[in-house]
Design a protein around this ligand. Structure first.
Ligand SMILES: [Zn+2]
Ligand SMILES: [Zn+2]
Ligand SMILES: [Zn+2]
Length: 141
């Protein structure tokens, strides 16, 4: 999304476009899986007045406007994505902590079977799936 598209989207929802909001949106598109903390750390040099609580509040507003979404990887704070990124599932390595992304279609068979048998609609993108990455070898204790 271009800077101009963000501005239009914010304004069309009656939201103010502030330099801090624009900086947060730029950080969201530049960083791979940013938490509110890593967005704050990346921006504090250029936006010294930006507080961590402003980052949290801004992300909440952007999520309400469906400009960003969040996912959970590990036990720390959630990570945020621009909604325009293609939906993906996070695979998190139990040994080295690497995060591998695969398209949400990878889980299509599983989500379809579960929906058919239970009516439960899985959002496979919302939380990471844990295992062992290719570099760390086969699954074991
Ligand atoms: Zn991701
Ligand atoms: Zn959540
Ligand atoms: Zn690994």
């Amino acid at each position: 999304m271009t800077d101009e598209a963000w501005r239009d989207q914010l304004r069309s929802r009656g939201q103010r476009v502030t330099p801090q909001r624009e900086a947060i949106l730029r950080a969201l598109s530049a960083l791979p899986h940013p938490t509110p903390e890593s967005i704050h750390a990346a921006l504090v040099a250029e936006e010294p007045g930006l507080s961590l609580s402003t980052v949290y509040r801004t992300l909440a507003v952007l999520q309400e406007l469906e400009i960003v979404s969040h996912a959970h990887i590990g036990s720390g704070p959630p990570v945020y994505h621009l909604v325009e990124r293609p939906p993906h599932i996070h695979l998190s390595c139990l040994r080295c902590g690497a995060v591998v992304s695969v398209p949400v279609e990878s889980a299509a068979g599983f989500t379809r079977d579960v929906a058919a048998s239970t009516g439960f609609r899985i959002d496979a993108t919302h939380s990471a799936i844990y295992g062992v990455c290719a570099g760390c070898g086969t699954i074991g204790p």
